[in-house]
Design a protein. Structure first.
Length: 303
């Protein structure tokens, strides 16, 4: 196999026109340059230089070889530049497994902003149920996972993204839309659609109704916020869901109202300790936090 260092010395001699100048450029001695050229000629089976009236002159074989050498060093420089960009977080590939609501809202917003700054970064975003997100992270199939409920996966590293809450989503013309904040008492008698009781959020909602002494009856349950929002108008219902879905603009006829008592939702990153985080992944995680927290601030300003 050819020694790239030998080719670098050959290239420097051609560029400078002398052995001594090449040595100074590369911080090596003149004898070391001469020895390397002889080794390279032996490796290639070519005579690369001749002495003509005391001057070192490239042979036709050396002239024919130089374009290939330049292409090689162009590739080497590309590798160096790529390594620099990877270290600086401007190149790479990011894979994310996320519950669907957050993937189509917070993650989508973060990808949009991040891609504008780092167009060479590639993304692989998978919208999955919570248990599959945990599985993908646990088996190191993705760089990060995002869930919206506490997880029992003690083997994974969890980091809170933001503090959010359950909200009421209803049609803008719904009679209850005139209220800034809705309670179980106000919602009594209206069709409620939300997450199933076997989910963390569904359980918390049922408990909130029980503590208020209000019957908790759901017209429809789903594990998808997008599905629930799509059903709001069809059932003239109020959806008790996370508020991130409205970031997408997919439901322009729907409005959001605060729900009391407050039901906390705290989306979390999941990371595998067996899969080290690259600089680019850490930067993208920060972008997701920024997008999520901006959405929470907008919710807070709504009253």
């Amino acid at each position: 196999m050819l020694n790239v260092r030998h080719l670098e010395i050959f290239r420097s001699v051609v560029q400078t026109g002398s052995v001594s100048a090449a040595g100074r450029m590369l911080y090596i001695s003149q004898p070391a340059v001469t020895k390397t050229l002889r080794l390279l000629e032996g490796e290639l089976g070519l005579t690369l230089f001749q002495r003509v009236k005391g001057r070192l002159v490239c042979t036709p074989e050396a002239d024919a070889l130089m374009p290939e050498v330049e292409r090689l060093f162009g590739s080497v420089e590309s590798v160096r530049q790529a390594a620099l960009e990877i270290r600086q977080g401007v190149r790479g590939r990011i894979s994310v497994a996320s519950v669907s609501t957050i993937s189509m809202s917070v993650v989508a917003q973060a990808v949009h902003v991040f891609h504008q700054r780092h167009p060479q970064v590639q993304f692989d975003v998978r919208a999955l149920p919570t248990r599959h997100v945990i599985e993908y992270v646990g088996t190191s199939q993705v760089d990060m996972g995002i869930v919206d409920v506490p997880t029992p996966a003690a083997s994974l590293e969890a980091e809170e993204i933001c503090k959010s809450e359950v909200v009421c989503v209803l049609h803008r013309d719904h009679p209850l839309a005139r209220h800034a904040r809705l309670t179980p008492e106000l919602l009594a008698g209206w069709p409620i659609i939300t997450f199933a009781d076997d989910t963390f959020t569904g359980f918390r909602l049922r408990e909130a109704y029980r503590e208020r002494g209000v019957a908790y009856e759901t017209a429809l349950v789903s594990n998808s916020t997008a599905t629930l929002c799509a059903m709001v108008e069809a059932l003239n219902a109020v959806a008790l869901v996370d508020h991130f879905i409205l970031m997408t603009g997919a439901f322009p006829q729907l409005v959001m109202r605060r729900f009391s008592p407050r039901i906390d939702m705290r989306p979390r990153f999941l990371f595998s300790p067996m899969r080290p985080r690259s600089a680019i992944v850490a930067q993208f995680a920060d972008e997701i936090r920024d997008a999520a927290r901006a959405a929470v601030r907008r919710l807070s300003r709504s009253g």
